[in-house]
Structure formats: structure tokens, C-alpha cells
Design a protein around this ligand. Structure first.
Ligand code: NAP
Length: 440
């Protein structure tokens, strides 16, 4: 029997478990750990609440989770409740699928002012992540600034712009829905340090901005390169740029009808925040030009009102004691997923925060293949391991009470039962409430 511990129950974790089951069937026993009492990682706390169809992949992970040879071991913090050497003594392979849950810092003067949040925190807030449920952003100002030109920036801008009615069918948590309903934001500026040809936003997500009830996107035509230059772009980016061109072409009288402007401010690099009484009120930006693909400052600066700032500039993996970490890249130091003999990483923890949920499928399958190769070549210890039974003894000795998948099923049922009309669920936003629902 092969014993595998997967740390992290998000897409990378469950795709790896699925791949291991495909390889070894009943000859593998897999424990999927999570620090939270609930599974699915970014599917629950990262994917936008109004993108329910993306969340449908959880059904596939559930099938894996319900396999007899797979256990969910929730509410266990690896690195705190149990360390990596102990896990390695129990399992043949330990796979870190812990994602990249920390915000990459925007280290500029004024960053300590209040009402500036990283996207991990802000997205966590509206998605009910227990760590961020208490964030309480101040939405009473008119001007929100969203920094970054990726899909997370789009998610944040769209969520800030939507009406209560547009959240019908979404699993946005009640505290965020109420706060957004009372929001006074009328201008959302998406700031990008490079130009239209360098955006990371994908066409489908950009297109959604055209269908918002009370908000309209705005692009300065002067920021757009000659249309003929679009021909050289790869097709996805070309489609995204076509959306930007259509935003630039919206007539002023139509745009003027929208209660909320979503403005793209490109070729602008943040250099400082300014505030009063400790609260952010302005962002200072330096105009840039793109040289050899890089944003280069021109020395020309300007200020823009900013009562709320969300930085959506990427994420970092959280280090775990005893695991080599590449601080510059913000992820575990690894060679194609191998960290140390018997210790692997997968998904964002391996490659950084890129790609879609589906990108983690080949990633998970590749790690399972690596483990198979290392077992076959005896590059890792192939002797007998205690696996799940050994962990259960460890847990008992150390007073750890894991949340099992059957407990999650009760939590799930309670959330579904508490859903407001038309919504799929009302999430528990604190760990104690989750555990209590699991025990009921
Ligand atoms: P991303 O796509 O890498 O975009 C990050 C943005 O931040 C880039 O525009 C980058 O600009 C900018 N940035 C980085 N450092 C900066 C700095 N110091 N100052 C100013 N701007 C800075 O990352 P993301 O939006 O966080 O998304 C992460 C991954 O999740 C992506 O693969 C994304 O597609 C995926 N995702 C997908 C969906 C979906 O499919 N619906 C939704 C959300 C997220 P430069 O390019 O100039 O570095």
C-alpha cells in the first residue's frame, strides 16, 4: 500500500488525489489535509461568488473525496499541529497543494493607511474566509482604486459595481452583500502599470463589464495602440484588447447614464498613497511607457482620489517550517514539483499564481507521475509506512480532532439550508460555527 498525504484540499490537491487513484486504485491510501474545516480551497474562497458555473468542478472533487481510499482531514494546520518531518515519517509522499494565499505586497509609502487591502483579504472577505470575514472595508467613499490588470482585478471591480439584485444566485456572504448594498462608490478605477497589449485579463471576464446593471467601463482611446498592431497578439489577448476597444467606443451619453464608472487607467504605476487621519484618500501614480515589455517611469506624476484601494497584483505561498522556500518567487523551492525526497508541491505552491482552475489538472497528474517514478526508482523510501492509521494515533496523542468529509457534508447541508432565496448557500464564516455544524 502506498500512503500519500496531500496538504491542501483545493483544485491542485484534489486533482492530485484523482490522479493517484487512477494510477494505483485500491493500492493507495490518501489523506487530504486542510487548515480549514471545509474543503475545496479557492473554489470556496477565491472564485468569485457570481461565477457559480466555475464552482461546479467541486462535484468532481467530491467524487474523489468520497472514494474509500481517500480521507478529508480538515481543521489540521500542517506546520503547526503536525510538522513536515512527522508527516514524512507516516506517508511515502507528502504533496504540498497549499496554493498562494498571501498577498504580494505593494511596498510604497503610505501602504499602512487604512482601507488599503490586498485581494486575498478583500476576496476572502466577500467569500467568507474565516481569516478575513471581519475585514469591514469602508465603502462610504466615492472612489475605489483597484490595482492590477488581471482577472482578480476584474472580479473585484465587478463585485464592487454590482447591485444586490445582480447577486441573485451567488454565494456571496451576507455581511458583504449588506455592505456592498450600502456602498457609496461611484467610481472604480482599474490601474495598470503597462498598456492594453500587456493586460492579463481574459476575454470572457472582460466582456462581463458590458452587462452590468448600473456600471459602464471606460477606456481612454489615447491609451490604445494602432489597431493594426493587434494582429500580432495571440488570439485570447487579441479578443481582450477588442473588448477594451469597444469600451473606448461607448458614446459619452450612454456612459453618462451609468451610476458607476469603471475606468481603466493604464500606463500608470503606483508610487505612494496619501491620506488623512490614517485613512487613504489619494493614490499617487507615475506615468509609464512600455519598453521591451517593461513599464518604465517617465517621471511625470499625478494624484487620483482613492477612498478604498484593493491591490490585485499577485499572491505568495505561505512558508511552512522545514520546507525550502524561494523567497524571491514567493513559493516553495522546487524542481518541477520535487522539493526534497518524498516531498512535493503542486499547483500555485509549485508554479506560482497563474492559470485557471483547469491548469491544476495536468499539474496534479504530473505530480502523481513523479511520485510513481520516484517510488519505482526507489528515490524515496518505499518501506512500510503507517499512513492514515499512524496519523490517527498522532492526532489522538496530540489532542487534534480532525473534521472528516462526513462532517463537511453536515456543514454543507446546513449552509444550503440557510441560503437566502435563489442563492446556493449561506456560508459559515467562522471556524467554530463550521465545527459545530459538523458535529450536529
Ligand atoms: P495576474 O493575472 O498575474 O495579474 C496581476 C496584475 O498585477 C498584472 O497586471 C501585473 O502587472 C500587476 N502587478 C504586479 N505587480 C505590480 C506592481 N508592483 N504594481 C502594479 N501592478 C502590478 O494575477 P491575478 O489577477 O491575481 O490572477 C491570478 C491567477 O488567477 C491568474 O492566472 C488569473 O487568470 C486567475 N484567475 C482567473 C479567474 C477566471 O478565470 N475567472 C478569476 C480570477 C483569477 P504586470 O503584468 O505589469 O506585471
Amino acid at each position: 500500500m502506498r500512503h500519500i498525504a496531500i496538504v491542501g484540499s483545493g483544485p491542485a490537491g484534489y486533482y492530485t488525489a484523482e490522479a493517484a487513484l487512477k494510477l494505483w486504485g485500491e493500492e493507495v491510501q490518501i489523506d487530504v489535509f486542510d487548515a480549514l474545516p471545509v474543503p475545496y480551497g479557492l473554489i470556496r474562497t477565491g472564485v468569485a461568488p457570481d461565477h457559480q458555473s466555475i464552482k461546479g468542478v467541486a462535484r468532481r472533487f467530491e467524487k474523489t473525496a468520497l472514494n474509500e481510499n481517500v480521507r478529508f482531514v480538515g481543521n489540521v494546520k500542517v506546520g503547526e499541529d503536525i510538522n513536515i518531518p512527522d508527516l514524512q515519517s507516516l506517508y511515502h509522499a507528502v504533496v504540498l497543494a497549499t496554493g498562494a494565499p498571501r498577498d504580494k505586497a505593494l511596498d510604497i509609502p503610505g501602504k499602512e493607511l487604512s482601507n488599503i487591502f490586498g485581494s486575498a483579504a478583500f476576496v476572502g472577505w466577500y467569500n467568507g474566509h474565516p481569516e478575513f470575514a471581519g475585514l469591514a472595508p469602508d465603502l462610504s467613499g466615492k472612489n475605489a482604486v483597484v490595482i492590477g490588470m488581471g482577472n482578480v482585478a476584474l472580479d473585484v471591480a465587478r463585485i464592487l459595481a454590482k447591485t444586490r439584485g445582480e447577486f441573485a444566485g451567488a454565494d456571496i456572504v451576507e455581511h458583504a452583500l449588506d455592505a456592498l448594498d450600502a456602498s457609496r462608490i461611484t467610481a472604480i478605477t482599474i490601474v495598470g502599470r503597462r498598456g492594453p497589449h500587456q493586460i492579463m485579463m481574459t476575454p470572457k471576464e472582460l466582456g462581463e463589464l458590458m452587462h452590468l446593471e448600473r456600471a459602464s467601463p471606460r477606456v481612454d482611446p489615447a491609451d490604445l495602440p494602432e489597431e493594426s498592431a493587434d494582429a500580432l497578439l495571440e488570439p485570447g489577448l487579441r479578443k481582450s484588447v477588442t473588448h477594451l476597444r469597444s469600451f473606448a467606443a461607448i458614446p459619452e451619453n450612454i456612459r453618462g447614464e451609468a451610476a458607476i464608472d469603471i475606468d481603466f487607467d493604464m500606463f500608470a504605476s503606483p508610487i505612494a498613497f496619501h491620506g488623512d487621519d490614517g485613512h487613504v484618500r489619494e493614490i499617487e501614480l507615475e506615468e509609464t511607457r512600455v519598453e521591451a515589455g517593461r513599464a518604465v517611469g517617465t517621471g511625470k506624476t499625478y494624484r487620483m482620489p482613492a477612498d478604498l484601494v484593493i491591490t490585485c497584483i499577485g499572491y505568495r505561498t505561505s512558508p511552512i517550517p522545514d520546507v525550502p522556500f524561494d523567497d524571491r518567487a514567493g513559493r516553495f523551492a522546487n524542481d518541477e514539483g520535487r522539493i526534497l525526497p518524498g516531498l512535493y508541491c503542486v499547483g500555485w505552491a509549485r508554479r506560482g499564481p497563474s492559470g485557471t482552475i483547469g491548469t491544476n489538472r495536468p499539474d496534479g497528474y504530473a505530480i502523481a507521475d513523479l511520485i510513481a517514478a520516484d517510488l519505482a526508482s526507489k528515490a524515496i523510501d518505499t518501506g512500510s509506512k503507517q499512513g492514515a492509521a499512524g496519523f490517527d494515533r498522532f492526532a489522538e496523542e496530540h489532542g487534534i480532532t480532525p473534521v472528516r468529509f462526513s462532517d463537511w457534508q453536515k456543514i454543507d447541508a446546513a449552509e444550503v439550508a440557510a441560503a437566502r432565496d435563489g442563492a446556493p448557500r449561506e456560508k459559515f464564516v467562522d471556524v467554530e460555527a463550521m465545527i459545530a455544524a459538523g458535529e450536529s
